[in-house]
Design a protein around this ligand. Structure first.
Ligand code: BGC
Length: 441
């Protein structure tokens, strides 16, 4: 029975749609350093060390980084790894510090950046360097799916090397809590209303139905509700102006979001994702919506899928992969560009990607793993690999894929204000309209 629960979760995550084949894009132009000078290979130079800014600073994310650093040290014994990780899930603090350092011309040797719109912020500010030539040197053009390279490319230049792909629209649940409330853990709710009905039962049984942490986790929950209620096309339309933020569809989603909040515990609203998830791990709460880095947290506590926890797509988002990817850059003016090259080489290597992603819970960004190599990953991850190749891919707002940082920060502020009771539903919607002003214009 318990095994079937795990399988129900796995089956629910494997869906249908557009394939992401291996591919090639970007130009082979000489790299532009962004400072008006053009050098052939800006990644050549001092390789004595590499300072790496990430937000993989605690818990299971730190373990993932450590696994990558182990490979790095083996591959680059002469380059010292300097850990410049900053606390705060989702980059909630790292991105601010990074922006200040970049503005002050004090860049690290490399930093974690999300593929997609967030990367465009750094490109537009001429803060990161075109490394298309490094793709050629390291023979990477066919290593990653074309759909991913596209999100790293502007005008033929490629600006970062992806380390991993995560899925954001996953519900993590405690099956014992569900059973105690009379809910069959194998019966995945079909949509938001069905899920809310289950939450009523959990509340009646005396447990917290849904845990929710700080602002970025709130935005992440909201984006999954938007996907559920608008569908993939309607959700994508939010980023090109074809779906209006003041539409009835968005209003419906905000209504569901408001209802979901009634099942959460406000004392967790200042917590990062891991403490909020821990209540699900410990059987004190039923559900948490989080990206699939969460599986690493369950794994690192020796929890067994199907027995101690289950997972399924956020109700109403079946067949949709809410995508985000981490990648690493060569900042303009990096003090140790040779060190950066060494880091990028490890990040892009099969060995680095396999070691890192196995621990991190993500799937390798490389699409050229053999079946045997794929077999080294957990059931969840193998399933996510399949889904990434077949589901409809949409971009995460909370994790930089869909919107520039300024807009996602403004959305975070509006969401946090609403969650804390500082605005009505109508005011909230108007603030989202304001936060996204400029889209489609
Ligand atoms: C990153 C993930 C990380 C998560 C939680 C996301 O923005 O892409 O790598 O695990 O935040 O910190």
């Amino acid at each position: 029975m318990r095994r079937m629960v795990a399988l129900a979760g796995v089956a629910a995550l494997s869906l249908t749609l557009a394939a992401c084949g291996g591919g090639d894009s970007g130009g082979g132009e000489p790299a532009d350093t962004g400072e008006g000078t053009t050098t052939e290979k800006p990644w050549e130079g001092d390789a004595s060390q590499v300072s790496v800014t990430t937000w993989w600073e605690a818990g299971s994310e730190k373990l993932g980084l450590e696994a990558l650093v182990e490979v790095f040290n083996e591959q680059n014994p002469d380059t010292e790894f300097i850990n410049a990780a900053l606390a705060g899930g989702g980059g909630s603090q790292a991105k601010q510090k990074l922006a200040a350092d970049l503005a002050a011309n004090n860049p690290p040797d490399t930093f974690q950046a999300h593929a997609g719109a967030e990367l465009t912020d750094y490109i537009d500010a001429a803060q990161i360097t075109d490394i298309a030539g490094l793709y050629d040197e390291l023979k990477l053009r066919d290593a990653f799916p074309a759909s991913l390279i596209d999100r790293l490319t502007v005008d033929g230049a490629i600006y970062s090397i992806p380390s991993n792909v995560h899925r954001a629209n996953v519900v993590w649940a405690n099956p014992t809590v569900l059973e105690e409330a009379g809910i069959d853990p194998a019966a995945v709710p079909a949509d938001m209303d069905a899920w809310l009905a289950d939450m009523e039962k959990i509340k009646a049984a005396g447990k917290t139905p849904l845990t929710l942490g700080m602002a970025w986790t709130q935005s992440q929950l909201l984006e999954t509700v938007l996907i559920a209620d608008l569908g993939a096309d309607g959700y994508n339309g939010l980023f090109d102006g074809s779906t209006a933020w003041d539409s009835d569809g968005v209003k419906k989603a905000l209504g569901h979001f408001e209802k979901l909040l009634t099942f959460t515990d406000p004392s967790l609203y200042s917590e990062d994702w891991e403490p909020a998830m821990q209540l699900v791990v410990d059987g004190k709460a039923a559900y948490n919506v989080m990206g699939d880095w969460a599986i690493a947290s369950f794994d690192s506590q020796n929890k067994v899928a199907g027995q101690d926890y289950i997972y399924f797509p956020v109700p109403g988002t079946d067949g949709i992969f809410d995508f985000l990817a981490d990648s690493f850059t060569l900042p303009v003016g990096a003090p140790h560009p040779g060190g950066t090259k060494a880091w990028l080489q490890t990040v892009s290597s099969k060995e680095g990607q396999i070691a890192f992603n196995k621990v991190k819970g993500s799937i390798p960004a490389r699409s050229d793993l053999t079946d045997a190599e794929k077999g080294e990953f957990s059931d969840y991850q193998q399933n996510a690999m399949e889904s990434f190749g077949s589901d409809t891919i949409v971009s995460s707002i909370a994790h930089g894929a869909a919107l520039p940082v300024k807009m996602s920060n403004a959305i975070n502020d509006a969401v946090a204000k609403f969650v804390e009771g500082g605005s009505s539903l109508d005011e909230f919607q108007q603030e989202l309209v304001k936060a996204t002003d400029g889209i489609g214009k």
